[in-house]
Design a protein around this ligand. Structure first.
Ligand code: SF4
Ligand code: SF4
Length: 186
């Protein structure tokens, strides 16, 4: 009998991501400060291209870190749609699953997301909130305004980390690792 094909190699290594997040904390601050000084248009264009390149390779099904650790915002449009998908009225859904955060946005009461399956798939994929569809937002034309959020997201999302590092290398000639370019002097 022929040997069964090996399962595809995971496209995400979360322990390695966590290690690099710890090691590059200071350096990332410098890189993000320099990114904030760039023109918004070339920044957004470079980010959109690098986002497409990274997500052509990364399978979110190998990861699900965002769904396990942070909550999307549920807008007034999301709530009826998601409520219908899980067979609840909007008020019941809100009462059961959501709370208001400090910015008065509805977010999940806890993590991981209750709609994350054991196989790391989203049980409400076609009806998931807009914030889930757009996460980690690295292809947004509003990239410049989103840099504070992106700076937090690179700690969660290995793909966002990679997108921003590729953008920084491309536009600034700098990576996140010590010794790459001159970020330490920034
Ligand atoms: S709704 Fe789906 S995509 Fe959004 S956090 Fe939950 S499991 Fe993840
Ligand atoms: S968006 Fe990022 S954190 Fe979320 S599953 Fe995909 S790679 Fe992982």
């Amino acid at each position: 009998m022929a040997k069964p094909p090996a399962p595809p190699r995971p496209t995400v290594d979360l322990p390695a991501h966590d290690a690099r997040v710890r090691l590059t904390r200071k350096r990332r601050k410098v890189v993000f400060r320099k990114l904030r000084a760039l023109d918004p248009k070339p920044l957004a264009e470079a980010a959109a291209e690098e986002h497409a390149a990274v997500f052509a390779r990364v399978r979110c099904g190998d990861c699900a870190r965002c769904c396990q650790t942070i909550s999307p915002i549920f807008t007034d449009r999301d709530i009826p749609k998601v409520a219908r998908a899980v067979g609840l009225r909007p008020a019941e859904f809100t009462e059961r699953y959501l709370r208001l955060d400090e910015d008065h946005d509805y977010v999940l009461k806890g993590s991981p997301c209750p709609f994350l399956g054991d196989d790391k798939s989203c049980m409400i994929y076609d009806d998931r909130p807009k914030a889930c569809r757009e996460y980690p937002h690295t292809d947004s034309p509003r990239q410049r305004q989103l840099l504070d959020l992106t700076e937090r997201n690179v700690e969660v999302c290995p793909a966002a980390y990679e997108v921003v590092e590729r953008v920084a290398r491309r536009l600034l000639g700098l990576g996140f690792e010590e010794g790459e370019g001159g970020a330490g002097r920034g």
